[in-house]
Design a protein around this ligand. Structure first.
Ligand code: F6P
Length: 378
């Protein structure tokens, strides 16, 4: 009798709503295809000394579809950190790669499904190059991975920030205040842009569009002349100050980037000083990462899990599942990592927001998207 095939799965990096839905999607479709499933604990750490994993079963995956976090645990501070080698090329400690390969072999895994963001998928790519059979699943609330239109977790983070804006709206209006909401997103403005549109933000400040305090204040005063004595400002944590600086709250260490945070308070204080108005700042922080995934994220994460398992079954290693609406597809992991996806200042979402009078803190372009679109063929 031949041994049952087996697949491994791990969740790495910062958590995002929908991780458990992917795990469940992998487990259930693996079972249909006749595979056993194991889940490594604490991300890549569970692959090496001490190797730690749990069997995924009907019982352990029961009721997790709508649960936030990850039943497998995760870490973004472990030993699996990509550093620069002597030649300047990014590399992972070869001993860790050997350890991971040994675990995969000893457990007789057909494939290893790695669910993670940019950094975690770069590790998966190193594994692939070292001959370990991996498949990637793109996860991040930031939506900053290339080669997929959406990552799971993003919609849930946007829903959280939108809810915050709805709540800030009523209190801002009641007290005639300027409310500044700082949202996550690292160096991309996706969360700020989408939540800003969905929550009726008046000013949206994102890393991709240079802005000035003069333009922000101009917008607030313009609203006042139209009888709106309150303003909602949404600022992405990675938005650069007009001086070009990024505001951080903890320095870079151990191969990790500096922790972003603090720009909201800075913007709030400066507006207060310049306009002599009452301002308040709210930093949404990790609320955006916790809690149950939205319907959209449950559907996306479930499809990602099932498709990742299909890739393992067909030995399509070194690939990452991706979403190209309306279909789920796959691309080489290399297409997704080390080139973050940012908001194009000319995208339709920015144009729509501008058309509604939203300020991005800059001098709004006068040119319409139709003029631009038709220009090359004229
Ligand atoms: O990448 C997801 C994210 O939540 C970013 O938006 C944020 O800058 C960062 O992680 C926070 O990381 P940590 O949880 O380590 O503070």
């Amino acid at each position: 009798m031949t041994a049952k095939r087996r697949v491994g799965v791990l969740t790495s990096g910062g958590d995002a709503p929908g991780l458990n839905a992917v795990i469940r999607g992998v487990y259930k479709s693996a079972a249909q295809l006749g595979y056993d499933c194991v889940g490594f604990l604490r991300g890549y750490e569970g692959l090496v000394d001490p190797v730690s994993y749990v069997p995924l079963t009907q019982q352990s995956t029961n009721g997790i579809l709508n649960q936030g976090g990850t039943i497998l645990g995760s870490t973004n501070r472990g030993r699996f950190t990509i550093v620069r080698g002597t030649d300047g090329e990014p590399m992972l400690d070869p001993e860790l790669i050997d350890g991971a390969r040994l675990t995969v072999e000893q457990l007789g895994l057909t494939g290893l499904i790695c669910i993670g963001g940019d950094g975690s998928l770069a590790i998966a790519q190193e594994f692939h190059e070292a001959g370990i059979p991996v498949v990637g699943v793109p996860k991040t609330i930031d939506n900053d991975l290339s080669a997929t239109v959406f990552t799971f977790g993003f919609d849930s983070a946007v829903a959280c920030a939108t809810d915050a804006l709805d709540r800030l709206h009523t209190t801002a209006a009641s007290h005639e205040r300027i409310m500044v909401l700082e949202v996550m997103g690292r160096n991309s403005g996706w969360i700020a842009l989408y939540a800003g549109i969905a929550g009726g933000g008046d000013v949206i400040l994102i890393p991709e569009i240079p802005w000035t305090f003069e333009h922000v204040c101009e917008k607030i005063l313009d609203r006042e002349t139209h009888g709106k004595r309150f303003t909602l400002v949404v600022v992405a944590e990675g938005a650069k100050l007009p001086s070009g600086e990024i505001v951080t709250c903890a320095p870079a260490e151990g191969g990790r980037h500096a922790r972003l945070g603090g720009i909201g308070q800075f913007v709030s204080d400066e507006i207060g000083k310049r306009l002599k108005r009452e301002t308040r700042c709210v930093v949404l922080g990790h609320l955006q990462r916790g809690g149950p995934p939205t319907t959209f994220d449950r559907v996306l994460a479930t499809q990602f899990g099932a498709h990742a398992m299909r890739l393992v079954h067909h030995e399509r290693f070194g690939e990452m599942v991706c979403y190209h609406p309306p279909e789920i597809d796959s691309v080489p992991i290399t297409e997704a990592v080390r080139q973050i996806s940012t908001v194009s200042p000319h995208c339709s979402a920015v144009h729509a927001a501008r058309a509604l009078g939203v300020s991005f803190g800059d001098r709004a372009p006068t040119e319409s998207p139709f003029q631009r679109a038709s220009a090359p063929s004229e």
